[in-house]
Design a protein around this ligand. Sequence first.
Ligand code: ATP
Ligand code: MG
Length: 253
Amino acid sequence: MARIIAICNAKGGVGKTTTAINTCAYLAALGKYVLLVDMDSQANATIGLGVKMDDSYKNIYHALIDDHNPSLLIRKTSIFGFDIMPSAPNLAGATVELVTMQERENRLKKTLDSVRTSYDYILIDCPPSLGLLTVNALAAAESVLIPIQCEYYALEGLGQLMHTIELVRQGVNPDLQVLGVVLTMYDKRNQLAHQVVNEVMKNFPGRVFEAMIPRTVSLAEAPSFGKTILQFDPGSRAARAYRQLAEEILKLS
Ligand code: ATP
Ligand code: MG
């Protein structure tokens, strides 16, 4: 039965998708069966993994809104053991359509119920908002992984995320945990980065992963080749960092 982890931060561009793709790659490399659920209508995870989508393919929208059989829309990536439930721009419409649906917060949970036994881990790449798609991810997940970018205003919006997590706990998912925080785009030459690390450690004592993801061009380039860092630059510091993160996650769960 898969552990389900939502990768969430309402702030845009902090490394959610990069973390989702590469953590999945290393979990698979470490022998786990992994499903990445793309809950963002930008479909960055789907595109970044080189998964071709045209109108003949259904995507997560059809599972959430039309009750389409989720196992029929799952696609394989180029890494053994790593599958993806793809997204497409039409998912943007789901935020509106969900509003009037019954059990609107639990649509993703229901979608994942039938595929959960096929995987060891399911990671959900959330959009940069705290709307209904993210609430669905938090309702379906056992825990939340929060990527924080080592930049000015890093902690901005986190209060709202913690508040949303609390609301989801009080409502549909009382057992939801914070798995931890992962610091992304870390540049050790940057004095500000050190300050952000200290600040984050103060705010999330004992909850910050030791793996810190460095700022490197190869992480930004890999998706344009439809590759993860494991395939694109496996000897790099970034690759080692994501391997370490995957190992830490395995130890926790
Ligand atoms: P969104 O909120 O739009 O979904 P996100 O939080 O998923 O964004 P990413 O798409 O993972 O963030 O990253 C934002 C941009 O930064 C992308 O262009 C990505 O390639 C780049 N990036 C992510 N992590 C790193 C890193 N460690 N070093 C350098 N570039 C990075
Ligand atoms: Mg993203």
